[in-house]
Every structure is written in structure tokens, then in C-alpha cells.
Design a protein around this ligand. Sequence first.
Ligand SMILES: NC(=O)C1=CN([C@@H]2O[C@H](COP(=O)(O)OP(=O)(O)OC[C@H]3O[C@@H](n4cnc5c(N)ncnc54)[C@H](OP(=O)(O)O)[C@@H]3O)[C@@H](O)[C@H]2O)C=CC1
Ligand SMILES: CCCCCCCCCCCCCCCC(=O)[C@@H](N)CO
Length: 318
Amino acid sequence: MATLSLLSLLLLLPLSLLLLLPLSLLFLLHLILRPRPVKIPIKDRHVFITGGSSGIGLAMAHQAASQGARVSILARGRDKLEEAQREIRLATGIDVAVFSADARDFEAVKAAVEEAGPIDVLVCNQGVFVPSELENQEMEEVKFMIDVNLIGTFHLVKAALDGMKKNRRESGPGSIAFMSSQAGQVGIYGYTAYSASKFGLRGMAESLQQEVIADNIHVSLIFPPDTETPGLAEEEKKRPQLTNIIAASSGAMKADEVAKKAFDGIKSGSFFVPCNFEGILLAIATAGLSPQRSLWMAFVEVIAAGIARIAALYFQWS
Ligand SMILES: NC(=O)C1=CN([C@@H]2O[C@H](COP(=O)(O)OP(=O)(O)OC[C@H]3O[C@@H](n4cnc5c(N)ncnc54)[C@H](OP(=O)(O)O)[C@@H]3O)[C@@H](O)[C@H]2O)C=CC1
Ligand SMILES: CCCCCCCCCCCCCCCC(=O)[C@@H](N)CO
């Protein structure tokens, strides 16, 4: 009898420890996770999407319109904007507002944002990518990517923030989302300038989130893999072979799928928004000091930290 209970105690002790450890970790994380989870609706709200005339931005405009949002899209080319407007009207019966402006031109961006009216969800999706080894790339192209992808996003936030803040008390939580890339999670051969522009968005997003959290505005960073868009078709004509191989390791998604993931992330106020399995792995491996609202993801990040570093080193080795 005594030996039996001793035996069961010996078995139970490590078992309960095994259970207690993750449970107490979950409890600890629950205590410290900030900001708390949030729900950001898009129905009946003003969603402003840059680069909304093509690819991922166009797919997002479609989805926002069919979910009952008031949608504005901004891009340079008027013809593509009007074509997008027609296409969305045909599919959903809803008219999106179009604004022709270059994200690099602060005055033009300000005028468009003012005309559009206070924004609830700002999606900074405009982006250009000219892949090349830095050695073969002119400074003009480097500056082009930094200007459109990074400085253009600064212009948008600067232009929209005041109106967004004023609008918050009456209209509930707001969102500012940046379209990064998996090349904004890890530096990729052939993307020196592009990766730099997208990594820049991460620094901006982390700092900005601290600045606007008191105004009930929530920042999201979206990390798509290769996505079938007119932009990608153009890019693939001149992409270095090695860039093709590395990008292929994460597969390709449809613009609609990425748009869906993006809105799921925005609506739950997620800071990191990975779009496929590789993106989730990269998000775990590069969690760093970024915010995390999801208890489960925080738990996985803590448990997987060591393994993720091994996977990352293996990635560099290969
Ligand atoms: N497709 C992909 O493989 C991936 C894309 N991404 C990112 O997603 C975003 C969208 O990409 P994708 O849909 O492929 O791109 P597209 O090239 O298909 O569309 C780009 C959109 O941005 C607009 N745009 C470009 N430059 C400017 C500018 N200076 N000012 C205002 N609008 C501008 C374009 O309109 P116009 O030219 O008329 O101005 C167009 O509406 C980009 O930020 C890109 O970096 C991230 C990962 C993968
Ligand atoms: C922890 C280890 C995880 C291993 C997974 C690694 C996968 C890396 C793939 C990176 C793909 C980059 C695609 C960029 C797409 C893009 O932005 C361009 N099409 C331009 O728009």
C-alpha cells in the first residue's frame, strides 16, 4: 500500500510540475500582456487605402466595400483608379472615392486626406519594388523605394493622424496598418533597398503604437509573401535568380487571400500580421520587443524562442 502511494506520488509530482509550469507561464503572460485585445469593426466606417487601384490594395478595397465600409482609395494614376472604381461598383454596387496623388508629395497627400474626411482605418499599402543587387542598382532606384514605401507612409500618417485622433471618442477604436513584406521580417538577397524600406516601417510602427495607444489607435504591420499582383508580374521580369529561389521557399498567395488576412489582423488589432505559415515562423523568430496581444502567440513565442533561433541560423546557413 505504502509503496504504491509512494510510486504514484513519484509519478504525479513531475506530471503536475509539467502542467503547472506552462499554466503559471500563461498566467504570468496574462498579467503582463499590453495592449489588451481589441475589436476594430470596419462596417459603416471610413477605410482609406493607398495603392488601392491595383493588386493587394485593390483586393482590400473590394473586401472593405462589400463588408459595408465607406472606402477611399489613393494612387497616382487616374485611369487605374477609375477602372478600380468601376470594377468595385460592378461587383458590390458601392462607389469608392478615388484620390489621385503621389505618396511622395506631402501637400498632395494632405489635400486628399482632408477632402476624404476623418479616417477610421488607414491602410498604407502603396509600394514599389525594384529587385537588384545593390552593386547593380543606381541610387535613384534606392531612393525611389525609400521615398514611396517609407517616406510616403510618413506623409500619410502625418496627414491623417490629427483627424483620426479627433474622431476616436465618438467612433471607437481606429487602426493604422502598414503593408510590409516578408522581406521586412528578414533581409533577402536582391532586396537591400526594399528590405530597408520595409524594416523602416517596423521601427516606425513600434514607436507610433506607443504614441497613439492612448488615443485608442492600433497599429498593424502586415507581412505578405510573394503575392500574385500586377506589381509582382513586373518584378519577376528582372528579379535575380537567387531572389527567386529564396522567395519561392515561402510560396505565393493570391491578392484576395492576403487582403483577407490583412483585415483579420486589422480587426483584431494585431501588431504583427503574418499571412502564411512561413510568415508565422518568421513572426515568432523575430518577435523581439514588439507588442503581442494574443496570449497564445505570446506563449508560443516564449516556448519557441530557442528553437526559432536555431531555425533562423539554419536559414542563414542554407
Ligand atoms: N506583390 C507582392 O509580391 C508583395 C507586395 N507587398 C507589398 O504590398 C504592397 C502592394 O503591392 P502590390 O499589390 O503587389 O503592388 P502593385 O504594383 O500591384 O500596386 C501598387 C499600388 O500602389 C500605387 N502606388 C505606387 N506608387 C505610388 C505612389 N508613389 N503614390 C501613391 N500610390 C502609389 C499604385 O498605383 P499607381 O502606380 O497608379 O500610383 C498601385 O495602386 C506594396 O507595399 C508591396 O511592397 C509585400 C509583399 C509581397
Ligand atoms: C525561422 C525560419 C523561417 C524560414 C522561412 C523563410 C522564408 C523566407 C522567404 C522570404 C520571402 C520574401 C518575399 C518578399 C515578397 C515581396 O515583398 C516582393 N514580391 C516584392 O513585393
